[in-house]
Ligand binder design. Structure first.
Ligand code: FE
Ligand code: FE
Ligand code: ZN
Length: 277
């Protein structure tokens, strides 16, 4: 079964997101845990959560994906900035337990001149502090485009983070098609080889979610600007191959394309038409 959704606004709560997803033909969705600036999160409303969980079961929604504020930097040079990332993520993970067994993805961070090894060390330290044996949420490292001093533009870097994390059974990876193409993984011509490399270095068993985006920029540009499906440098054929690939087709796909609800509905319709059931 095709598991497809898109990024939705969380401002009206979980139940509203569930209904909105269904209304556009989706069976899952992604949302920010709080506004991207990382301010205080809205209080969890247990009634809203209950309504969502019931609705989700009735409508066979798949696992949902929470996204950490993208402004957090787990490997900042400034201790207070790292502390802030840690506090926000620890709080997010506590809140995620109201809706158990879902995914939480975050951008590993930017080492801002401290070097990739230091970045990896700081990110792993943060994960070793916030991951708990009893949590049901799987935390996903997002593959990045490698712009600036971003950590996670190479599969090897994600592998090194995972290797340093004690509770690595709580860790997975979210692959962003725009990011990896911008990072220099040719998923247009060499999808099989890119996935084989992912498997060799990280292990495809770690891959839990796909951010399905086209890219505004050319191959290996290290830019990270998402484009609508079929309108960017990846194109609809490459994206069709991604969603139908035997090693990917069972995963949940989340659109983060520059769209309002209507545009997302159209993309979902188009993708369903090319997904081979
Ligand atoms: Fe992201
Ligand atoms: Fe993404
Ligand atoms: Zn991006």
């Amino acid at each position: 079964m095709f598991n497809i959704g898109c990024h939705l606004s969380a401002s009206k709560g979980y139940a509203h997101m569930g209904q909105e997803a269904v209304s556009i033909g989706a069976n899952t969705f992604q949302f920010f845990t709080r506004n991207p600036r990382g301010s205080k999160a809205k209080a969890i409303d247990p009634k809203d959560v209950k309504k969502f969980l019931d609705y989700s079961q009735e409508n066979h929604l798949g696992r949902i994906l929470a996204h950490a504020p993208y402004t957090l930097n787990a490997c900042a040079a400034e201790p207070r900035t790292r502390e802030f990332a840690l506090e926000v993520m620890a709080d997010d993970l506590m809140r995620m337990e109201y809706t158990p067994n879902n995914y939480y993805t975050f951008h590993p961070g930017s080492h801002v001149g401290q070097g990739i090894d230091k970045g990896i060390e700081l990110i792993s330290d943060l994960l070793n502090t916030i991951l708990k044996p009893e949590q049901t949420t799987m935390v996903l490292l997002e593959t990045m485009s490698g712009k600036g001093s971003e950590v996670g533009g190479k599969f090897e870097e994600l592998r090194m983070i995972i290797d340093r994390v004690e509770l690595h059974d709580k860790l997975g990876v979210c692959l962003d098609t725009c990011h990896i193409y911008d990072a220099g993984y040719d998923i247009i011509s060499d999808l099989d080889e890119v996935l084989a490399e992912f498997d060799r270095i990280i292990g495809l068993n770690r891959l839990r979610a796909i951010h399905l985006n086209d890219s505004k920029n050319p191959f290996a540009s290290h830019k990270d600007r998402h484009e609508k499906i079929g309108e960017g440098s990846l194109g609809i054929d490459a994206i069709t191959n991604v969603i139908n690939h035997p090693r990917l087709r069972h995963l949940p796909f989340y659109l983060e394309t520059p769209n309002e609800l209507e545009g997302y509905a159209e993309e979902i319709k188009m993708l369903k038409a090319v997904y081979k059931e």
